[in-house]
Design a protein around this ligand. Structure first.
Ligand code: DX5
Ligand code: ZN
Length: 216
């Protein structure tokens, strides 16, 4: 089995110093950097857009893992690709024409991801499996960092692992929300390949120790 990928989320970084956040992530040994784009409509919070992706692109060679929590995500794929995203993940709940936009992301040479919130059943992903490189299972209701992981969401991860096996398609499973040193083991046990980790990463003084432990 391949190594777990840790994707620190800059949602929990010091917003007055994103350069330091990028440097901290690089120094920790994490190879991915997660960016939560929120529009105040799909989720009850606002964060940042493509200009910050382009700024982070200048600061790090990490895989820029962009998570769009916005309505009409299809409209912005070109902007985020141009800004230097390596992967774009949007929500199943926010877009009717998921196959079309997943294909568009891949056609731009990027990794295509689909995300679902805790209340959405895993079964709805069936028709997207041929089109994805990544499925992101939210383990908190999106909008804010520092929330508690909803354990029921891990059952969905187990179901998705089975769906992946029976479908024969190859994609990574990412879990986002409430992942920390205490919950990470159960998240990995459930079958996650990628751990998105926000507050638990930025508040930990020993970031490389944390990444080493979670990547094992
Ligand atoms: C939640 C975001 C997450 C968040 C995770 O809406 O999508 O990516 O940054 O943060 P923690 O790890 O603090 O739950
Ligand atoms: Zn996220």
């Amino acid at each position: 089995m391949s190594k777990t990928i840790v994707s620190p989320s800059i949602l929990s970084a010091d917003f007055s110093d994103f350069g330091k956040a990028a440097a901290d992530i690089d120094a920790s040994g994490a190879k991915w950097l997660h960016m939560d784009v929120m529009d105040g409509s799909f989720v009850p919070n606002l964060t940042f857009g493509a200009p910050l992706v382009s700024a982070m692109r200048k600061k790090t060679g990490a895989f820029l893992d962009v998570h769009l929590m916005i309505v009409n995500p299809g409209r912005y794929i070109g902007d985020f690709a141009k800004a230097g995203a390596d992967g774009i993940t949007f929500h199943y709940e926010a877009e009717t024409h998921t196959q079309k936009y997943l294909a568009e992301i891949r056609a731009l040479g990027l990794k295509a991801g689909i995300a679902i919130v805790p209340s959405t059943p895993i079964s709805v992903l069936e028709e997207t499996l041929p089109f994805i490189d990544l499925a992101l299972i939210m383990s908190v209701n999106p909008g804010f960092g520092g929330q508690k992981l909803i354990p029921e969401c891990l059952k969905k991860v187990e179901k998705l692992v089975k769906m992946r096996e029976s479908s024969g398609f190859d994609f990574k499973i990412s879990v986002d929300g409430g992942v920390n040193e205490e919950t990470a083991e159960s998240v990995k046990q459930a079958g996650a390949d990628i751990l998105v980790i926000g507050s638990a990463f930025f508040k930990n003084p020993d970031k490389s120790g944390l990444v080493n432990k979670l990547q094992g």
